[in-house]
Design a binder for this molecule. Structure first.
Ligand SMILES: Cc1cc2nc3c(=O)[nH]c(=O)nc-3n(C[C@H](O)[C@H](O)[C@H](O)COP(=O)(O)OP(=O)(O)OC[C@H]3O[C@@H](n4cnc5c(N)ncnc54)[C@H](O)[C@@H]3O)c2cc1C
Length: 392
């Protein structure tokens, strides 16, 4: 793979909206990605393997629980710093960002928000340091966009719960030590349970043959009469709103992350367009290629502004789920379109692993589907503006 020459576009001087702390966090993550992710990511994506050796580094830059309070081992940062960390990691690879997102927003967040003090003290420091990795089991083979229909369930057996069912498409599953599992009780209400590797009847087979997020490990969670200790239930929130609260936090991170992938594709294509000559001119001098690049930087700038504003609202605890849906949907779609256009600017070279664009493009096909598909987020906006529910 070519050396990482990334230069971040900032067409509207958005750096002026960031604090010194934001810039420090962003630059530290950017430097770390250049040093630790860029040189190895192509090889790991090609062999479809998560690079375990970067776990400690991810923990050190604060990527595991950026906004979790320091008393639990988190970095205690604000929502914009969290977003900037996700942006920079996804600039390197969406699969690595997925691992960090799951750990922070889908595992640490529910333990912090819905768990007991004993659970917080037991799990959060280990997850923040990367000593333990976690995963989040919501999707099932027959229930993806409609998680409320889940059939994974548990029964109260007096001194423990008995868990049965299966989850599918679970990021980090093959190596996670703890799974946050969403399951229905005997009355049909959804609760979160902390299921640890090694519990009898719990297995995590890996999902193979993905053409997307190849550097992220994905698997199933199978529960065959698993005895879960009663103290492992997340008792402070139940119902579908509990997992959806986690998804708000993760989708917000994805909205930032997608900008990172888009910036990398744009920056690569811009540089290539000035270096590559055809018909005696740099291809960047042709109007058709300029149109592509001009539209890319316009869309990136709009997404940056949208996301920065969403971060301000999140910091003030004022961002709605529907606002987060809009940003996730817009930014991932924007990034995927930019990846496709950037790939064309590189011609044949664009399909090779010499450049990051094709990997970003394939990754983004998952990102546009997970954490609520492109269609589902559109329906969430539709419901929000009309008050009419298309899901019923
Ligand atoms: C690589 C990867 C990693 C993932 N990681 C996780 C994870 O860590 N944890 C987890 O719980 N899940 C995870 N997922 C699952 C992901 O969230 C689901 O794939 C996603 O929610 C969509 O569900 P589905 O694949 O079952 O598609 P379906 O729900 O079957 O949807 C298929 C199509 O139908 C459309 N559709 C569905 N309902 C409607 C409707 N009402 N109106 C219009 N169109 C509709 C969808 O938009 C989509 O285009 C992951 C998925 C992938 C690919």
């Amino acid at each position: 793979m070519k050396p990482d020459l990334f230069q971040a576009p900032d067409y509207y001087n958005l750096d002026e909206l960031l604090t010194e702390e934001h810039k420090l966090v962003r630059n530290a993550t950017r430097d770390w990605v250049k040093k630790e992710v860029s040189p190895i990511i192509e090889e790991y994506a090609q062999k479809a393997e998560f690079p375990n050796q970067i776990i400690n580094g991810l923990a050190e830059i604060g990527a595991f629980g950026p906004y979790i309070p320091t008393e639990y081992g988190g970095a205690g940062l604000d929502q914009i710093s969290y977003g900037l960390i996700m942006q920079e990691i996804e600039r390197g690879d969406s699969g690595i960002r997925s691992t960090a997102s799951v750990q922070s927003s889908l595992v640490m967040y529910p333990i912090w928000k819905y768990g007991t003090e004993v659970q917080r003290k037991k799990y959060l420091p280990k997850l923040a340091s990367g000593e333990w990795m976690g995963c989040f089991g919501l999707t099932e083979p027959d229930h993806g966009s409609n998680p409320g229909g889940m059939t994974t369930n548990f029964k109260d057996k007096g001194d423990h719960y008995l868990l049965n069912g299966a989850k599918m498409w679970i990021s980090n599953a093959p190596f996670a030590q703890v799974a946050v599992v969403w399951a229905k009780d005997e009355s049909g209400r959804i609760h979160g349970l902390l299921v640890e590797r090694g519990m009898e009847g719990f297995s995590t087979p890996e999902t193979h043959n993905k053409w997307s997020l190849r550097a992220s490990a994905t698997g199933e969670l199978i529960f065959d009469n698993v005895k879960v200790p009663k103290e492992n239930i997340l008792s402070n929130k139940s119902g579908l709103g509990a997992p959806l609260g986690c998804l708000d936090s993760a989708r917000y991170g994805i909205a930032w992350g997608a900008i990172g992938a888009a910036m990398d594709c744009y920056d690569t294509a811009l540089r290539y367009s000035k270096e590559r000559t055809q018909f005696g001119k740099p291809i960047g001098q042709f109007q058709l290629q300029q149109k592509k690049l001009a539209e890319m930087i316009t869309e990136i700038t709009k997404a940056q502004l949208l996301t920065w504003r969403l971060g301000v609202l999140r910091n003030e605890s004022k961002a709605t789920s529907a606002q987060i849906s809009m940003a996730k949907r817009n930014n991932v779609d924007m990034a995927l379109n930019i990846a496709r256009e950037a790939r064309q600017i590189l011609g044949g070279m664009g399909i090779t692993g010499e450049y990051s664009i094709m990997r970003h493009m394939m990754n983004l096909e998952s990102v546009i589907t997970y954490e609520g598909t492109h269609d589902i987020h559109l329906l969430i906006t539709g419901l929000d503006v009309t008050g009419l529910n298309a899901f019923k």
